[in-house]
Write a protein that binds this ligand. Structure first.
Ligand code: ZN
Length: 301
């Protein structure tokens, strides 16, 4: 009788333990689903300052910034207000398709859905070290796809050449002793064949570079600008901070100003790294733990 009672109590304890294990697993599972996807979420700025030190193309009028008011007012409060005047291709900016193609979208006509997409960062920093006139070729795209899989739909594909560290030194950015002379420029960009391949075989929203032009410095035909414009694809130029953006797995936002009749516009570009990979791993781990405890409960129950 006494032994039987003990056995009964022992079974209860095991069942209680299983109940708690199950409860904890369910809570952990729910927590992972709800919170896991957002854990590790970071926002990465990909924009250079727009200022009087922004390196501008030879022949463009200078950027101007004027303080209208900056000081304490008679009412006791502080007040600041300024005006600025800028070429539309200054600082980190987005070229509209109309830049090189008559009748293509001007800045305000670019559909807002085009301004966001999965980030694809093509790293060519090693190749550029020995060749500042380097152009991203189709094999660079294939290399990226070998590592990360097929380029996702609506992608924002950006060359990382390591150029970000040259800003805002104008001579360094245009890689010349004479930055007023456009024919002396030496910086990397995209090869027109790679761009044609991307347009033909993948679905991209925006093409980008960390240099002053999507065409390389020694381009005099501007073929990449023309191909992109003909296909209504805007180009992001002078993109910053690419070493801190994951080569795959983040979402890029290109907040170009809605400049009416613009051929381009300064843009705040940033990426959100959703930590989706971390979320997926946490989800898998918790699911396995849940199944394990479930099996344990069935075995001892
Ligand atoms: Zn431009």
């Amino acid at each position: 009788m006494i032994a039987g009672n003990n056995k009964y109590h022992g079974g209860n304890i095991i069942r209680n333990k299983s109940f708690w294990m199950l409860s904890i697993s369910v809570v952990a599972l729910c927590w992972t689903i709800v919170v896991g996807k957002h854990v590790n979420e970071t926002v990465i700025d990909m924009t250079h300052n727009l200022s009087v030190t922004s390196p501008l193309w030879g022949g463009l009028p200078e950027f101007k910034f004027n303080i209208i008011v900056r000081g304490r007012m008679p009412g006791g409060f502080w007040l600041e207000g300024n005006t600025f005047e800028t070429p539309d291709h200054a600082g980190t900016h987005l070229d509209a398709p109309s830049h090189y193609v008559e009748g293509a979208w001007r800045t305000q006509e670019i559909p807002v859905e085009k301004l966001v997409g999965p980030g694809v960062i093509i790293n060519v920093t090693d190749k550029v070290l020995s060749d500042p006139d380097y152009r991203v070729v189709t094999s660079d795209i294939h290399e990226w796809e070998k590592k990360y899989g097929r380029i996702p739909e609506n992608a924002i594909v950006i060359m990382n050449s390591g150029w970000q560290y040259k800003f805002p030194d104008r001579n360094a950015v245009f890689n010349t002793e004479d930055p007023d002379n456009r024919s002396s420029y030496h910086f990397p960009g995209w090869h027109e064949d790679a761009v044609a391949w991307l347009i033909e075989n993948r679905d991209i929203n925006i093409l980008g570079v960390d240099t002053p032009s999507i065409d390389y410095g020694q381009s005099f035909k501007h073929l990449v600008h023309i191909i992109l414009g003909q296909n209504e694809i805007p180009a992001a130029e002078n993109v910053a901070n690419l070493d801190n953006v994951p080569e795959s797995g983040c979402t890029v936002y290109v907040g170009v100003i809605k400049l009416y009749d613009g051929s381009a516009g300064p843009a705040r570009i940033f990426a959100i790294n959703s930590g989706a990979e971390y979320g997926a791993r946490a989800f898998l781990f918790t699911t396995l733990a849940f199944v394990f405890f479930l099996l344990l409960m069935i075995c001892v129950g």
